[in-house]
Write a protein that binds this ligand. Structure first.
Ligand SMILES: Cc1cc2nc3c(=O)[nH]c(=O)nc-3n(C[C@H](O)[C@H](O)[C@H](O)COP(=O)(O)OP(=O)(O)OC[C@H]3O[C@@H](n4cnc5c(N)ncnc54)[C@H](O)[C@@H]3O)c2cc1C
Length: 392
């Protein structure tokens, strides 16, 4: 990692450790995103990392974004999740496909943190099979679209001022051409965001159900092309998965930050417990998992070039990091003994937060399918095209 990158990491680390880490336990306990934090993140330039400076961003690459996500998640997993839903899943995607008017209207505000962003895809009856089962729809009515339906599990859905919302705009028989992405503003009549859900982990990252009842969206708020939603969704999934993968990396680092001082201070049998080889073996396992996950995520982020060739590695680095984090969190609790089992210890929160990375952004099972399917397709002698099927 070059010096510029190290300085960037230190800058994010200093901010996250002073502004976020001290509040992490309370954010989890109260299940409340701290007011003012969106602006603080914007003031230090962390929202628009991949956005050109002319729009208020930093003009940096996805590796920088992954490092920021890692350091923020190290301070608080839930702030990390909300951060990436805003800065990549909404803002970066809006920038990639939005037109000039949409850029002017939303991008600077999202970079500053004056506006909060979200992306709404999942529905109560459409999770992994999002393309096939999506039922929330938009019907054209002159210069507007009339939206009806329900989205659920939406990170930042309760706070968001602007949301990318995927809707069915044509008969399902048109397949992937029947879905379109829209920009929806929170104050639009007919749009309601429900109170945040009471979740196992990622508490304070507000997850909500959204309802649309004859909600009229201007045609100018179509993001990309009518019928281009599925393509867009697939295009955006790679960076989403790469950056989500930096979340469990940050949480694994937080586990080491927590446990290393305590294996010195806790004495049993007249020694610090860190002197016992069975404790050292657990540390070694966590360290190796962390370093392997970090190296894979950085490698995929650095190589990201927007091509379909990244799909299996984007899914695989998230699969690997999420699956590495779970045993690491269980071992962290084990090394702390009874104290690790208390809610006053951060260990339980780290475990609860890490779990979501096996579910969100396409479940672990779907990632296995995506990776296996890509490898199978690539190794076919005649290179037959496999139809794109979104598995969220
Ligand atoms: C905290 C949190 C935040 C989220 N944020 C967002 C967000 O901001 N925006 C958004 O749109 N969505 C969001 N999601 C939704 C997330 O993307 C979905 O939860 C995920 O895609 C899985 O869908 P599901 O929960 O409906 O599970 P289901 O699809 O019902 O899956 C249930 C189980 O069946 C398995 N399964 C399904 N199909 C197959 C198959 N073909 N083969 C083998 N196993 C299968 C799954 O892997 C899983 O284990 C969030 C979810 C959570 C928990």
């Amino acid at each position: 990692m070059d010096q510029q990158m190290q300085r960037f990491r230190q800058e994010v680390h200093n901010f996250a450790q002073s502004e976020i880490a001290p509040r992490a336990a309370k954010i989890d306990q109260d299940n409340r995103f701290p007011p003012g934090l969106w602006h603080s993140l914007g003031a230090v330039g962390l929202h628009g990392i991949t956005i050109p400076e002319k729009y208020g961003g930093r003009g940096l690459d996805y590796l920088h974004h992954a490092i920021a996500m890692e350091e923020i998640s190290r301070a608080s997993g839930s702030i990390g999740l909300s951060y990436i839903a805003h800065s990549n899943i909404c803002l970066d995607n809006l920038f990639l496909v939005g037109n000039a008017e949409q850029h002017e209207k939303y991008v600077p505000g999202l970079c500053r943190g004056d506006l909060v962003g979200a992306l709404a895809l999942s529905e109560p009856e459409a999770g992994s099979d999002i393309l096939g089962s999506m039922s929330a729809s938009a019907e054209r009515d002159g210069e507007h679209w009339v939206v009806n339906g329900t989205k659920t599990w939406i990170t930042n859905g309760y706070d968001a001022d602007v949301l990318i919302v995927y809707l069915r705009t044509a008969d399902r028989s048109l397949g992937s051409e029947s879905i379109t992405a829209f920009l929806v503003e929170r104050d639009t009549p007919g749009f309601v965001a429900h109170e945040p859900m009471d979740k196992l982990g990622m508490r304070g990252s507000n997850t909500s159900t959204l309802e649309f009842n004859d909600c009229r969206i201007p045609h100018s708020n179509v993001l990309g092309e009518v019928g281009g939603g599925a393509r867009l969704m697939m295009q955006c999934l790679d960076t989403e998965r790469i950056l989500l993968a930096a979340g469990p990396v940050g949480i694994m680092q937080a586990a080491l930050d927590l446990v290393l001082p305590q294996i010195h201070s806790r004495q049993q049998f007249g020694k610090s417990i860190g002197q016992f080889e069975l404790i050292q073996a657990k540390l070694a396992d966590i360290y190796a998992s962390l370093q392997a996950a970090r190296a894979y995520v950085y490698d995929v982020a650095a190589r990201y070039d927007g091509s379909r060739a990244m799909r299996k590695d984007a899914a695989a680095c998230l699969m690997f990091a999420a699956n590495a984090a779970m045993p690491a969190m269980v071992d962290t609790i084990q090394m702390l003994g009874g104290r690790g089992y208390l809610n006053e210890s951060a260990a339980g929160r780290l475990l609860r937060d890490a779990k979501v990375y096996q579910i969100g952004g396409g479940t672990d099972e779907i990632r296995h399918i995506v990776i296996g399917r890509e490898l199978f397709a690539e190794s076919r002698p005649e290179q037959e095209q496999i139809p794109i099927a979104r598995m969220a």
